[in-house]
Design a binder for this molecule. Structure first.
Ligand code: IMP
Length: 423
C-alpha cells in the first residue's frame, strides 16, 4: 500500500494537476481534502485538455475512484457543470465519484460577500478568485454553514437557509447589495439536489477499507503552501489548510499512514492576486516568463506575477509539509534564459532573516540575496531521460536539491502526461 500526498510548494499553480494525473494511474482513490473551485488543475491526456476545479484529477483512469472530501467547499452549480462536461467528453463518472455529505456548500450570498469584502478593503484587497471561498469557510468555523447533508433533507435545508438569509440579507442591504430570495435559492438547490444525490456518500468506510486492503491512496492538494490560512502570507492567503496536516481533518485520512509527501515546485515562481513576492520580476524578464510559461490563471484567466525561484520559501515549505520528494515542473520554460537566478536567502538591515520571522508587511522589506547560474540555452521540452538534459539544467536541479535538502524525483518538461523525467 502507498499513501501519497501531493502538495503545492509555492503560491499555487505549480502544475499539480498534471502530476496528480500522472500519479493517479496506480492509485485506487484520489481524494481532494480542502479548497473549492478556486482551484484550477490543468490536465492534458489522451482525452484532451481539461481544467478541473472540483473533481479530483484522478478521474481519467478507469480503475481510479475519486472522492471530494469533507474539507472541500462545494459550489454545486460548478460541480454539476464539471460532471456534465466530463460525461460529454466520454469520461465515466458513475460509481467513480463520491462526495462527502460533510462538505459545506458555497451559497449565493458567499459569492456576493466575497466581492463586497474585497471592495471594502480597497487597496488592501486580497485579490481573491471571487468564488466565495473566504465567506464560506468563515461560516463553517462560526457554525453558520450549510452542508450537503442538510441539502439531502429539504426541510432542514429550508430551515437553515431561512436563518442565514435573515442575517445575510441585513448585511447585503447594509453594504448596498441586492437581497436574496429564499424561494429562488430553494428552487436552484432542490434541482441541484436531484442531480447530485447519486454521488453523495460518507467516504470513511471506503478509506478504511482501502487502507485495510493495502491499496493506494493519493491526496490531491490544491493552492499552495504560501496560501495556507495559518502559514501563508496572511491576509493574502486562502481560507483553508493546504498543508499535509490538512488530510486528517479534510479527508479523514490518518497521518500515520502517509508514505510520501510530494512537493510540487515550479522551476521559477508565480503568484496570482495581491500580496508580497520578494523575487518578483516586474520587468521584461517577468513578462518573458509569463509569455513562455503561459502564466494565466486556470480559474480566473488573470495574468500571474512571475519571478525567480525562492529557496527561503521552498525550504520553509519542505519543513512544514515534511516533503519526502520534490517534483520540478515547467523546467522547459527556462530554456531560453542565458542567466537564471535563485534566491538563496533573505537579509534585513544586513542580517540574515527567515520567512517566518515576520508577516506579509515584513516580507515587503526584506532583501532577497541571489546566486546567478548560467542558463542552458537549449531545448528541454519533452525530454524524458535525465541524462538527456543539458549539463546546466542538471546543475540547476542539483543546486535546488542541495539548497533545500530534499531529492527531486520527477521533472516535468511540458504540459502533456508523458513529458516527464522520472529520476
Ligand atoms: P480565494 O481562495 O479565492 O479566497 O483567494 C485568496 C488568494 O488565493 C488569492 O490571492 C487568490 O489568487 C489565491 N488563490 C486561490 N486559489 C488559487 C489557486 O488555485 N492557484 C493560485 N492562487 C490561488
Amino acid at each position: 500500500m502507498a499513501l501519497n500526498v501531493v502538495i503545492g510548494a509555492q503560491w499555487g499553480d505549480e502544475g499539480k494537476g498534471k502530476i496528480i494525473d500522472y500519479l493517479s494511474e496506480k492509485s485506487d482513490y484520489v481524494i481532494r481534502f480542502h479548497g473549492g473551485n478556486n482551484a484550477g488543475h490543468t490536465v492534458i491526456n489522451k482525452f484532451g485538455k481539461f481544467a478541473l476545479h472540483l473533481v479530483p484529477s484522478g478521474i481519467f483512469y478507469p480503475k481510479t475512484k475519486v472522492i471530494i472530501g469533507n474539507g472541500v467547499i462545494v459550489d454545486l452549480h460548478v460541480l454539476l457543470e464539471e460532471i456534465k462536461m466530463l460525461k460529454k467528453r466520454g469520461i465515466k463518472i458513475k460509481n467513480k465519484l463520491f462526495i462527502s455529505p460533510r462538505c459545506h456548500l458555497i451559497m449565493p450570498y458567499h459569492k456576493l460577500l466575497d466581492s463586497l469584502y474585497e471592495n471594502a478593503k480597497g487597496k488592501g484587497k486580497t485579490g481573491t478568485t471571487g468564488r466565495g471561498i473566504g465567506p464560506t469557510y468563515s461560516d463553517k468555523v462560526s457554525y453558520n454553514g450549510i452542508r450537503i447533508a442538510d441539502l439531502m433533507s429539504p426541510k432542514v435545508f429550508s430551515e437553515k437557509l431561512k436563518i442565514q438569509l435573515a442575517v445575510k440579507n441585513k448585511i447585503l442591504k447594509a453594504l448596498g447589495a441586492k437581497q436574496l430570495s429564499q424561494a429562488n435559492i430553494e428552487r436552484d438547490f432542490f434541482s441541484f439536489r436531484e442531480k447530485i444525490k447519486a454521488y453523495v456518500l460518507e467516504p470513511l468506510p471506503l478509506i478504511k477499507k482501502t487502507i485495510k486492503n493495502n491499496q493506494n491512496i493519493l491526496l490531491e492538494g490544491a493552492q499552495g503552501t504560501l496560501l495556507d490560512n495559518d502559514w501563508g502570507t496572511y491576509p493574502f492567503v486562502t481560507g483553508s489548510t493546504v498543508l499535509t496536516g490538512g488530510i486528517n481533518a479534510g479527508a479523514g485520512v490518518p497521518v500515520d499512514k502517509i508514505d510520501n509527501v510530494i512537493g510540487v515546485v515550479k522551476a521559477y515562481l508565480t503568484r496570482v492576486g495581491e500580496g508580497p513576492f520578494p523575487t518578483e520580476l516586474a520587468n521584461n524578464l517577468g513578462e518573458k516568463l509569463k509569455t513562455i510559461g503561459g502564466e494565466f490563471g486556470a480559474t480566473t484567466g488573470r495574468p500571474r506575477r512571475c519571478g525567480w525561484l525562492d529557496i527561503e520559501l521552498l525550504k520553509f515549505a519542505c519543513f512544514i509539509n515534511g516533503f519526502t520528494k520534490l517534483v520540478i515542473t515547467k523546467l522547459d520554460v527556462l530554456d531560453s534564459f542565458p542567466e537564471i537566478k535563485i534566491c538563496t536567502h533573505y537579509t534585513l538591515n544586513g542580517k540574515k532573516v527567515n520567512y517566518y520571522d515576520g508577516d506579509a508587511n515584513f516580507l515587503t522589506k526584506i532583501k532577497p540575496v541571489y546566486k546567478i547560474l548560467k542558463g542552458w540555452s537549449s531545448p528541454t521540452k519533452g525530454v524524458t531521460k535525465y541524462n538527456s538534459l543539458p549539463k546546466q539544467a542538471k546543475e540547476y536541479i542539483k543546486k535546488i536539491e542541495n539548497l533545500v535538502g530534499v531529492k527531486v524525483k520527477y521533472i516535468s518538461t511540458g504540459p502533456k502526461r508523458d513529458e516527464i523525467i522520472k529520476i
